[in-house]
Ligand binder design. Structure first.
Ligand code: GLP
Length: 244
């Protein structure tokens, strides 16, 4: 695991957006796995600025979303499809067809999960997976208890996760389920880049540092990956002690 502890949130965001830009620039056909969440909003804003500034053409790349709410229309403002449209597709004037979304409108969601996995494989697998972390250590929507062998499937959201996301649902109807890439699907990526910012992530990051392969904090599985980079701001790093 490579750890980058930055001096500020803006530096952490800059590090991650610069790493993404460098990947998009150096590959002719990158397959990039994308995360949602508040943490990623400034990352995507900066990435858009950098792509525009560098006049980078990213139309040969493809993008896979980690997860999507079940039971929410895809055009709902809080769907993850709307999120990525807002932060990447519209500002960069990209074709939606470059992006793949967990197909939550499929009549058979178990089959939908298998088909999504197949689609990832047919694109050659994910080169780089961008990840945030939930306050309970979830990755994607792989909540505590998720198996290291899990694949794209319907997951039940914990109350903690629903509470963390309730601001996006002013009517209080936070979805109860999502279709999420599994831990194994995520671990298949050739490289992983996680960003955690803010004091609300400090406990999960401390747990991640002190435990391995512990399904009560699915992020701990990532430590077994040979190419895992973790970028932290000072608040997210505030409860870890590095013996160096
Ligand atoms: C969300 C997403 C994750 C994200 C995490 C943290 O619900 N499913 O992909 O990393 O929870 O979100 P935030 O960045 O808003 O704290």
């Amino acid at each position: 695991m490579r750890i980058i502890i930055t001096k500020s949130t803006s530096e952490a965001v800059d590090v991650v957006s610069s790493l993404l830009l460098e990947k998009l620039n150096s590959h002719s056909k990158l397959v990039l796995g994308l995360a949602t969440g508040k943490t990623m909003e400034p990352v995507y804003e900066q990435l858009v600025e950098k792509i525009v500034h560098n006049q980078l053409d990213i139309k040969s790349h493809s993008f896979f979303m980690l997860d999507e709410y079940v039971g929410l229309p895809l055009d709902h403002p809080s769907s993850f499809k709307s999120y990525v449209t807002r932060y990447l597709i519209s500002p960069l004037n990209l074709k939606e067809s470059l992006f793949s979304f967990p197909p939550v409108d499929h009549v058979n969601l178990n089959k939908a999960g298998e088909e999504y996995e197949q689609k990832i494989r047919s694109c050659g697998g994910i080169d780089l997976q961008l990840l945030g972390i939930g306050t309970n250590g979830h990755i994607g929507f792989n909540e505590p208890g998720s198996s290291v062998e899990s694949r794209t499937r319907v997951v039940k959201l914990t109350e903690a996760t629903r509470k963390a996301n309730e601001a996006q649902f002013p009517n209080g109807n936070v979805p109860v389920e999502a279709l999420s890439m599994g831990v194994a699907s995520i671990m298949d990526a050739r490289e992983m880049l996680m960003l955690a910012t803010g004091s609300s992530k400090a406990d999960a990051i401390k747990y991640l540092f002190n435990h391995h392969d512990d399904d009560s904090c699915p992020a701990t599985f990532l430590k077994s990956h040979p190419r895992f980079t973790l970028v932290l701001d000072p608040d997210a790093a505030s409860k870890i002690s590095l013996n160096i």
